[in-house]
Design a protein around this ligand. Structure first.
Ligand code: S3P
Length: 164
């Protein structure tokens, strides 16, 4: 079995919320790689970055993606998971949706009080750098690109289900 739908996109694009909505509507489980990593490590992602570094987090994330892809359901990936070439290769053959969002909207959703380690400092600048560098990778793995700007999770889910 393999996931029905995999959601990718930058932080603040709405992956977890939309994945939850889709899973409820389809009556399938929702898995999230950030949650899986935190459960496996027994500590929050921000602590993993501080104590063990980003490279260690990426290793845990790589394993979490592989494990989650063995199961049926809806899977939301951490925003940087697609940086790993093995992850990108494993996504081939799955229905991958890139949740697109403008910089302003993403920065607003993530907020100044973010606990995301890669966005500390100037959220808007860090976010722009991440989005510019990763856009080609999100586009590479995705079969469908859906904008989430100014839209409810229900509306975004409707569009995805119409194109499934
Ligand atoms: C990251 C995004 C986060 C989380 C970690 C790294 C990134 O997930 O995996 O902080 O590299 O963009 P979200 O996209 O769910 O915020």
């Amino acid at each position: 079995m393999s996931p029905v739908i995999v959601l990718v996109g930058p932080p603040g694009s709405g992956k977890s919320t939309v994945a939850g909505e889709l899973a409820t509507r389809l009556g399938v489980p929702h898995r999230d790689t950030d949650t899986a990593v935190e459960t496996e490590a027994g500590r929050p992602i921000s602590d993993i970055f501080v104590d063990s570094g980003e490279a260690h987090f990426r290793k845990l994330e790589r394993a979490a993606v592989s494990a989650a892809l063995q199961h049926d359901g809806v899977l939301s990936l951490g925003g940087g998971a697609i940086l790993d070439p093995e992850t990108r290769a494993e996504l081939a053959g799955h229905f991958v949706v890139f949740l697109d969002v403008t910089l302003g909207e993403a920065a607003k959703r993530v907020g100044l009080g973010t606990s995301r380690p890669l966005l500390l400092g100037n959220v808007r600048t860090q976010m722009k750098n991440l989005m510019d560098a990763r856009r080609p990778l999100y586009e590479e793995v995705a079969a469908l690109v859906v904008s989430t700007d100014g839209r409810t999770p229900a509306d975004v889910s409707d569009e995805i289900l119409q194109k499934l």
